[in-house]
Design a protein around this ligand. Structure first.
Ligand code: GLN
Length: 282
């Protein structure tokens, strides 16, 4: 089968699901992934013929994309902070907003060394591994309730040669953190179930509920618990960082201040939404 026929087939079958640009981007991600050929290389070989095995890979991917299955799960990996992370249905696909959170953590601590860091709800390990790589003298712990997620996170740490200590634990039932830290960071579940109607199928149908959703009656449950544990476990001048739900920013600032933190600051993401918060323990 010719590569151009596959490309036409992608457009034909996906146009009712995605914009043209996104279909092109899927197609080129897959040519890189399956054929190791960039967009440019491909343009120079318009008559490239695929053997049955390669053609089947594209056709299988096409069927999954028609079901709105995320491209990152199809390929089994994604990029985050310039590094490759394995992903599967047990972990949330790392988002660009979370890269912004990492940059804020790094900028806030550029003069400090030998930091003790904890990431709560690490998922694929994207936050803990990126921090461990960027801060080579840091000591990084990462926690998650899901054993399946921790398995992927450990593989990601190994592939990226990052020294992260993974801990399986349910933060909501934890009485205290076992050591003290300079930085505690978390991107916990924060989407209210009532917000489901505004979400895209690829997220809603295939990404893990455990990593995404909270009850409408108590949407800040993770922030309250993590905030309380962090206020005790953080060293003097330690920082707490959260990724947050843009619609709950004001309530969160109030909550974090009520726990006792100082200089609670909000920060917007590239899309202009209140997306992260930083709090100082004096
Ligand atoms: N930003 C994610 C989304 O909108 C949610 C991440 C989370 O719940 N922590 O899909």
């Amino acid at each position: 089968m010719y590569i151009n026929s596959i490309k036409s087939l992608f457009h034909e079958r996906l146009i009712s699901h995605y914009p043209v640009q996104e279909i092109n981007s899927f197609f080129h991600l897959l040519t890189e992934n399956y054929l190791n050929k960039s967009r440019l290389e491909l343009a120079l070989e318009p008559d490239l013929k695929l053997d049955q095995k390669d053609a089947d890979l594209f056709l299988d991917a096409l069927s999954r994309l028609e079901e709105e299955y995320p491209i990152q799960y199809i390929m089994g990996h994604t990029e985050f902070m310039g590094r490759r992370f394995k992903v599967n249905k047990n972990v949330l696909i790392p988002r660009p907003e979370t890269e912004e959170l990492i940059l804020w953590v790094l900028n806030s601590n550029s003069e400090r060394t030998e930091l003790d860091i904890l990431d709560i709800g690490t998922g694929s390990g994207c936050i803990s591994i990126s921090l461990s790589k960027q801060l080579s003298d840091a000591r990084v712990d990462a926690m998650d309730i899901s054993e399946e997620a921790l398995r992927i996170a450990a593989e990601n740490a190994k592939e990226n040669k990052a020294g992260v200590n993974f801990i399986q634990s349910d933060i909501l039932t934890l009485k205290s953190l076992s050591r003290s830290y300079d930085i505690i960071v978390s991107n916990p579940p924060y989407v209210r179930k009532s917000e489901k109607s505004e979400m895209k199928n690829n997220v809603l149908k295939y990404e893990p509920d455990l990593a995404l959703f909270v009850e409408d009656e108590d949407p800040l449950i993770f922030y309250r618990k993590i905030g309380e544990l962090a206020f005790i476990a953080l060293n003097k001048s330690g920082y707490l960082f959260f990724e947050i739900n843009q619609f709950l920013a004001e309530d969160l600032v109030k909550l974090i201040k009520a726990i006792g933190f100082d200089s609670v600051e909000l920060k917007k993401d590239i899309f202009g939404s209140d997306r992260m918060i930083r709090a100082l323990k004096k």
